[in-house]
Design a protein around this ligand. Structure first.
Ligand SMILES: Nc1nc2c(c(=O)[nH]1)N[C@H]1C(S)=C(S)[C@@H](COP(=O)(O)O)O[C@H]1N2
Ligand SMILES: [Mo]
Length: 173
């Protein structure tokens, strides 16, 4: 590969031209996944790396600011300590715009979540609980966790539905 080729593609990519066709608006840079894809985000996003979708591996997800949350859940005993990233930070990273996030799990569970949840609350996409990496056998690899102990209104069945475990696909609508 020549230096000239590299410079040209870099300049085109920087200008947002390398991947956009005539009808496509400028896309935000997002690296290609190198490891196993943990989460796919589709729909109304600007940052993409596979067609119209963002395919996110752990390396990319780890670039999002880490957050911690202590809360009880409706499916475990006592208070658990979760770590992960905020849904809000992910949606901002991908330039997502929409009213609804449809969250799909490995077991085909599907629920639509209003976008305002992620602005109103620090909703976590957790990858660890009590210091252990969440495995697909135990609510992992990703679990949507609401700060339910901090907000009484979240202690409601309407929100329990939105605690999607084994999360693997989001569609912004
Ligand atoms: N992946 C996945 N997440 C899910 C579900 C499911 O079936 N699969 N059930 C939802 C529902 S209906 C509720 S009320 C909460 C708590 O589920 P549980 O109390 O039935 O265990 O998790 C939600 N998250
Ligand atoms: Mo439920």
């Amino acid at each position: 590969m020549s230096v000239r080729y590299l410079l040209t593609t870099t300049a085109l990519a920087a200008a947002g031209l390398a991947t956009s066709g005539p009808l496509q608006s400028q896309t935000t840079e997002l690296p290609e996944p190198r490891g196993a894809v943990q989460l796919i985000v589709a729909g109304q996003i600007d940052a993409t790396n596979q067609g119209d979708e963002a395919h996110l591996d752990s390396t990319l997800l780890e670039t999002l600011p880490r957050h911690e949350l202590e809360t009880s859940t409706s499916v475990t005993d006592g208070v658990n300590h979760f770590e992960g990233f905020l849904m809000r930070d992910l949606l901002e990273r991908l330039d997502a715009e929409g009213d609804t996030v449809a969250a799909l799990a490995l077991n085909d569970y599907l629920i639509e979540i209003p976008m305002e949840d992620f602005h109103d609350y620090d909703v976590l996409v957790a990858d660890t609980m009590d210091g252990e990496t969440l495995s697909p056998r135990d609510k992992g690899p990703l679990w949507i966790v609401y700060p339910r102990d901090d907000h009484p209104e979240l202690q409601d069945i309407r929100y329990d539905y939105r605690w999607v475990w084994q999360l693997y696909h989001l569609e912004i609508q």
